[in-house]
Write a protein that binds this ligand. Structure first.
Ligand code: HEM
Length: 734
């Protein structure tokens, strides 16, 4: 029996580097090594199997026998292989990695994983879409989940966020309604993974608090080019608590080091058919290829005393703190460097929960967060089958777990102690409670008082100011995309009254936005009184008290809200460039671009009329990565066509090659061609090879192996898209 004085004094190890190593080893141990390599086949009871091809029968042509325990065990296991998919965020992809803080954050938080710049905290990150089923397309217009599990030496910390910093609703009690509205409609299960239908917009048009979020969801943020190229946000205001017990408010941000990039909606729809696994594949292949995705963790800090100094409520999850009001401080780096070994065991069985926190971090009374604190454990009880989901390897804490919880479905741990209660003397009083100064979690002693009411703070009712701020912070191109997205989504709505109600909401955000959307829908803006905008009023409430109202002065546009304004990187790292060739392509033309792409850490992929090899003009063999049948322009960021008369002559006979060029142009991507290949531009309907140099994304060489062409091409790819071209191609946006 240990005396109190003999017990471990603190959960913090004396030597952090040692603990770092131990953490990694513990995770390694949890990985299943039973690959079966070199081993014989057995049943789950370990009995060796001689015949895995034939069931046991009464004679070679006779009926199968019930006693065939090998068959029954195998089929029974198979019959039970599926578990319920997540009720939301069902479709996801994940990766392992680590997080390292830049400098000790002790003045702000006592969280141990935020103290030591030499310490790597293991992480598992799952990205997801929200509305679609597990088998739906990656390219749905949707919010992306961005959930990070930190395996810290003080326990698991989950930062369960999204790629959009606000949410649709202010209170968790509305979450089932929101999700029922956005999921496929209940009578016919249509549409899959899409918000473009009546029930979603019916709900939104009656819920003005969602205005800010729908502006984000209709922006390019909902169509990321890659999971590696999007931001992440903790959304709610949390607390940082330092060792002196001082609390400050904190908002968490993830900033992608590759910058932010998106695809066009037309492209997204084509990708959904050509490669519905586009994002999942991109994440997997990047990590396999050693291009490890990276983000910086940013924090916005607000002193307790400043809580009420903003025209918005810090507890309101439909509001941001603009970065030009409180700057984001980048405090550490997340690197994803290992793919899961088994999708089901890791990506599917991982269980995130905003309530998994560690000392030094605490909650606020954000009513959406408070509801989430209940929901996640509850849902995992059904999805993962019982209270022991924390014992599934991917969910296990690397900090040792000791408590008196016992039994339950699928219990893995064989607890040896006789005393499974507290207080006890038979077990020496163990496991004992841990004081706050020894690493125990103590909730921040926030002062709380008030009448029991179902109500919201006054500032929560400013539903439009930040939606307007978001819209005003966008470039013209991004505004065009928002207009177009609303026209598409509301165009799919069948009930005209719902469209009209939405125009009423958009009119409150920005009149020109509403007018443009209305024009696309063949409607005019509603005039006169439409009745109260917010119709979701409690039975005994006075509707007037629940109407949206502006509070404070308008916030200045914030460039960080625009993808185009805030992504200034000139890097083309990891970008995929299609190189269209056929037999006889020019070696010098080809190599100069391939070399430039490689030295810029981009990828040149050879696309040819068929798989196998093409022969270059100098009779070299060139491996073809994709045939025109298996490739599609939407799977690439840019296009290059080297010269070589016979290569060009073959390509001009291929309708798929011409379509490839046409589509690359349509999606505003950079195209570089040798002089000989210019005729393919003409065949693809690209007038005057990009209007005689007016289009900075159409580059033609004047001589062989043109170095200037190559550097201009790299610069054009770095711009991601040539947006000026879009206005030319889409009269509807003018
Ligand atoms: C700021 C608002 C919210 C954010 C950022 C958010 C984010 C997420 C993310 C990223 C996941 C997927 C986790 C994973 O990859 O496994 C998730 C799942 C889920 N969320 Fe939320 N969510 C929000 C609001 C809510 C609310 C208000 C509720 C309910 C009251 C809720 C209930 C759920 C449930 C039940 C799951 C499925 C969990 C599972 O089966 O493992 N969420 N959420």
């Amino acid at each position: 029996m240990k005396k109190q004085s003999e017990r471990k004094p603190s959960r913090h190890p004396a030597n952090p580097a040692e603990s770092d190593d131990q953490n990694k080893k513990r995770l390694d141990l949890l990985r299943n090594n039973e690959s079966g390599l070199g081993e014989g086949l057995t049943t789950n009871q370990g009995t060796a199997i001689t015949d895995n091809q034939n069931t046991l029968k009464a004679g070679p042509r006779g009926p199968s026998l019930l006693e065939d325990f090998i068959f029954r065990e195998k089929i029974t296991h198979f019959d039970h292989e599926r578990i319920p998919e997540r009720v939301v965020h069902a479709r996801g992809a994940a990766a392992h990695g680590y997080f390292r803080v830049y400098e000790p954050m002790a003045s702000l938080t006592r969280a141990s994983f935020l103290q030591d710049p030499t310490k790597e905290t293991p992480v598992f990150v799952r990205f997801s879409t929200v509305a679609g089923s597990r088998g739906s397309s990656d390219l749905a217009r949707d919010v992306r989940g961005f959930a990070v599990k930190f395996y810290t030496d003080e326990g698991v910390f989950d930062l369960v966020g999204n790629n959009i910093p606000v949410f649709f609703i202010q209170d968790a009690i509305k979450f089932p309604d929101l999700i029922h509205a956005v999921k496929p409609e209940p009578h016919n299960e249509i549409p899959q993974a899409a918000s473009a239908h009546d029930t979603f917009w019916d709900f939104i048009s009656l819920m003005p608090e969602s205005a800010h979020m729908v502006l984000w969801a209709m922006s390019d943020r909902a169509l990321p080019r890659s999971l590696r190229m999007m931001e992440g946000f903790g959304i709610h205001t949390f607390r940082f608590i330092n060792a002196d017990g001082i609390s400050r408010f904190v908002k968490f941000h993830w900033k992608p080091l590759l910058g932010m990039h998106s695809v066009l909606w037309d492209e997204a729809q084509i990708i959904s058919g050509k490669d519905p696994d586009f994002h999942r594949r991109d994440l997997y292949e990047s990590i396999e290829g050693g291009d490890f995705p990276e983000w910086e963790l940013g924090v916005q800090i607000v002193e307790e005393a400043d809580e009420d100094s903003f025209p918005f409520d810090l507890l309101d999850p439909t509001k941001i703190i603009p970065e030009n009001v409180v700057p984001v401080r980048r405090i550490g780096r997340l690197v994803l460097n290992r793919n899961p070994d088994n999708f089901f065991a890791e990506t599917e069985q991982v269980a995130f929960h905003p309530g998994h926190i560690v000392p030094g971090i605490d909650f606020t009374a954000d009513p959406l967060l408070q509801g989430r604190l209940f929901s996640y454990t509850d849902t995992q009880l059904i999805r993962l089958g019982g209270p022991n989901f924390h014992e599934i390897p991917i969910n296990r804490s690397v900090a040792e777990v000791h408590n008196n919880q016992r039994d339950g479905h699928m219990r893995q741990t064989i607890n040896k102690s006789r005393a499974a209660y507290d207080p006890n003397s038979l077990g020496g009083g163990c496991p004992f409670q841990v004081g706050a100064n020894q690493g125990g979690f103590a909730s921040f002693a926030e002062k709380v008082s008030g009448a029991k009411v179902r109500a919201r703070g006054e500032k929560f009712f400013d539903h439009f100011s930040q939606a307007t701020l978001f819209y005003n912070s966008q470039t013209e191109t991004e505004k065009d995309h928002i207009v177009s997205a609303f026209r598409f989504e509301l165009g799919k709505v069948e009930v005209v009254d719902i469209r009209k109600r939405m125009l009423g909401i958009l009119g409150q955000v920005d009149k020109s936005l509403a007018e443009r959307v209305a024009a696309g829908l063949g409607l005019s803006l509603p005039t006169g009184s439409q009745g109260p905008l917010n119709k979701s009023v409690p039975a005994d409430g006075n509707p007037e008290d629940f109407q949206p109202r502006a509070i404070g002065t308008a916030l200045k546009p914030s460039p960080e809200l625009s993808i185009i304004r805030s992504t200034t990187s000139e890097s083309i790292q990891t970008r995929r460039v299609a190189i269209l060739v056929a037999d006889g392509c020019d070696d010098a033309d080809l190599n100069i671009v391939l070399d430039a792409l490689t030295s810029n850490k981009a990828q040149g992929k050879i696309v040819g009329p068929r798989l196998g090899y093409v022969r270059t003009r100098e009779n070299n063999e060139l491996k073809v990565h994709f045939s025109l049948l298996t490739a599609s322009s939407v799977l690439f960021d840019a296009l290059y066509i080297p010269g070589g008369a016979s290569s060009i002559a073959s390509l001009r006979q291929e309708p798929a090659a011409i379509e490839f060029v046409r589509e690359t142009y349509k999606h505003c991507k950079a195209i570089a061609v040798s002089r000989e290949a210019s005729e393919l531009l003409a065949l693809a309907g690209i007038a005057d090879g990009g209007r005689r140099g007016e289009d900075e994304g159409i580059l033609t060489s004047t001589n062989a192996a043109d170095q200037k062409l190559v550097s201009n091409f790299v610069a054009a790819i770095a711009r991601h898209r040539i947006w000026k071209r879009e206005k030319l191609l889409r009269p509807d946006l003018r």
